[in-house]
Design a protein around this ligand. Structure first.
Ligand code: FES
Length: 573
């Protein structure tokens, strides 16, 4: 039990007179039309992120209303409030640049307002990581609710879904297989409903991981945005938040209290079994850091060797998120993975994961989409970590979405100094490049002015694409959309702009990639690298604002690109 004040009595505004502050707050709360009877209830905050510049969140209004129903029926006073919203394709230079801003907004608003519990309503790409980071730091009992994925569209008899098919058709357009009129028709068919991208991209991956970590209700991750079940799970989430708010003992059931190394292991297992987004590694590291935990890339690698891919979805397989939901979703996947999971970990509704999984599934599992452990899509996990002289602190490769024939290679680097250089030269007919070369992009990492965009999926040079080349080894300190595919080495750390070896690579250098040995090596003599290093200069620090804070505080990819001062006290930098 606790004798801490509840509801509107919590965290009074400081006027030097608590009774006055209480009286003033109630008076202003009554101005919103609330009756006296509900003013004394515990408060469930609904931390929403609606925006007309965030198409994925188009249904947020009705979701908030459904959460409100559940919280009201559960005896709480639901109060919704907005925060920063991040609509992935509408942000410059990249949504990652603003993830920490949203996390800071969420954290401080959860802490400042009189909330006994909160429902975090997010979905688009960086919004769920930002909400989880903020909620872990704020230590208010919180439940995640996602807006859910889009349904697939139709085009000439085939299903299309953002955004794996966006890239597939764009590659065909670049290769001259589609004309401008046809690509314009495709543009209108890729994203046809509200919701997050329709494949196992970053948004869907993070939704599934939130559920797998016990931070969202079982079965909530994959329900399509426009399905009636989405509203029912929103109402149930509101009801759960009310239970957390009403029960004083639940005050300790925060996300931070739930997260521990076993929960992180479970999340990595699920990420691997989903063959989920590479971005999730970054976000998990940031969320872990908020709880005082470290995400070890070598642990990811070890788990990858003993965790099969069980889910057959784009970008590495065939299905869309609506198929995953119909097949049984995360509950079915977790039951299949149970022998590999820690089952004694807590979840947000008070049960252990084992207790949750002991309940029978309502329907049979569609084994075409969620395979049994005995018949996986692939025997090992979809992601591996690479280390070596080019990536002393690590890099990531999504091997499930790559071309195995390119895994054991030595190649000549064809280097682009940054995004502008890439845009200027990649399609130059005079570019000296062959399919056996390694395309290298530098100055696209967290410390660069580009702020680590999803540019690691370098386009195949047009002249090679037109000759039928579909994949090449590509290496960068950038990220890649969770919906993309190819032999793409990402998140090279330290990045070029912070003085990592990647910044010293020049066209013509030899690089060796060995996925088997988990190595990425720059085959240049140390003396020569020393000479190059003397000429290297870091990018200037911007004079003001968020850009300055970012440049001074940003951590590298293995630490999730969080700001050093936002990690839990005691978490090593
Ligand atoms: Fe929002 Fe893809 S654009 S999840």
């Amino acid at each position: 039990m606790t004798d801490r004040p509840q509801g509107l009595q919590r965290g009074l505004t400081q006027y030097g007179d608590p009774d006055f502050a209480r009286y003033l707050r109630r008076s202003f709360a009554r101005s919103t039309g609330l009756s006296e009877a509900v003013l004394d209830r515990p408060v469930v905050g609904i931390c929403a992120s609606p925006s007309e510049l965030n198409h994925c969140h188009r249904t947020m209004g009705e979701l908030v209303e459904a959460v409100r129903r559940g919280a009201l029926a559960g005896g709480a006073l639901p109060l919704a409030f907005p925060t920063v919203s991040l609509g992935e394709p509408f942000l410059h230079p990249t949504s990652l640049y603003l993830r920490n801003l949203m996390a800071l907004d969420v954290e401080e608003m959860l802490r400042a307002q009189p909330l006994d519990a909160v429902v975090l309503v997010g979905g688009c790409d960086k919004t769920v990581p930002a909400q989880l980071m903020g909620a872990v730091s704020a230590e208010v009992p919180a439940v995640q609710l996602v807006v859910g994925p889009m349904l697939a569209g139709r085009y000439r008899g085939e299903r299309l879904g953002a955004c794996t098919d966006c890239r597939r058709f764009w590659a065909r357009y670049r290769a001259g297989e589609l004309d401008a009129a046809e690509i314009a028709r495709v543009e209108g068919r890729l994203a046809v409903t509200a919701g997050t991208c329709a494949v196992m991209g970053t948004a869907s991956t993070m939704a599934c991981l939130a559920e797998a970590m016990g931070l969202a209700l079982p079965g909530s991750a994959a329900i399509p945005a426009v399905h009636a079940d989405r509203l029912r799970i929103a109402e149930a989430t509101g009801a759960l938040a009310a239970r957390l708010a009403v029960d004083p003992a639940a005050e300790r059931r925060t996300m931070r209290a739930i997260l521990d190394p076993r929960v992180l292991d479970n999340a990595l297992r699920v990420l691997l079994a989903l063959s989920g987004s590479t971005n999730a590694v970054l976000h998990l590291a940031a969320i872990a850091g908020r709880a005082g935990l470290a995400l070890d890339l070598r642990r990811l690698d070890a788990l990858s060797e003993e965790t099969p891919v069980l889910v057959d979805l784009k970008p590495v397989g065939e299905g869309y998120m609506e198929d995953f939901h119909a097949a049984g979703g995360v509950p079915a996947l977790l039951r299949e993975l149970a022998p590999l999971l820690h089952l004694d970990v807590p979840t947000i509704d008070g049960r252990t994961l084992g207790e949750v999984l002991a309940e029978p599934l309502p329907e049979p599992v569609d084994r075409r989409v969620i395979r049994p452990l005995s018949d996986p899509v692939a025997p090992v996990g979809g992601l591996v970590a690479l280390f070596g002289t080019l990536a002393p602190e690590g890099a990531i490769l999504k091997r499930a979405a790559a071309t195995p024939a390119l895994f054991e290679r030595e190649g000549k680097a064809v280097v682009f100094d940054g995004l502008e250089d890439l845009a200027r030269r990649i399609d130059d007919p005079d570019l000296e490049v062959t399919p056996a070369d390694f395309l290298v992009l530098k100055n696209a990492g967290p410390a660069s002015p580009a702020r680590m965009p999803e540019a690691g999926y370098l386009p195949i040079p047009k002249k090679l694409a037109r000759a039928g080349v579909k994949d090449m080894v590509r290496i960068s300190d950038a990220r890649m959309s969770g919906t993309a595919f190819g032999t793409v080495v990402l998140h090279v750390a330290p990045d070029a702009a912070s003085g990592g070896p990647l910044g010293l690579v020049r066209t013509g250098d030899r690089i060796r990639l060995s996925v088997k040995e988990r190595r990425l090596d720059l085959l240049v003599e140390p003396e020569e690298l020393g000479r190059r290093r003397e000429a290297w200069r870091p990018p200037p620090v911007p004079e003001r604002g968020w850009a300055r804070l970012w440049q001074r505080e940003i951590l590298q990819a293995p630490e999730g690109c969080d700001f050093g001062f936002l990690r839990a006290v005691g978490t090593g930098r």
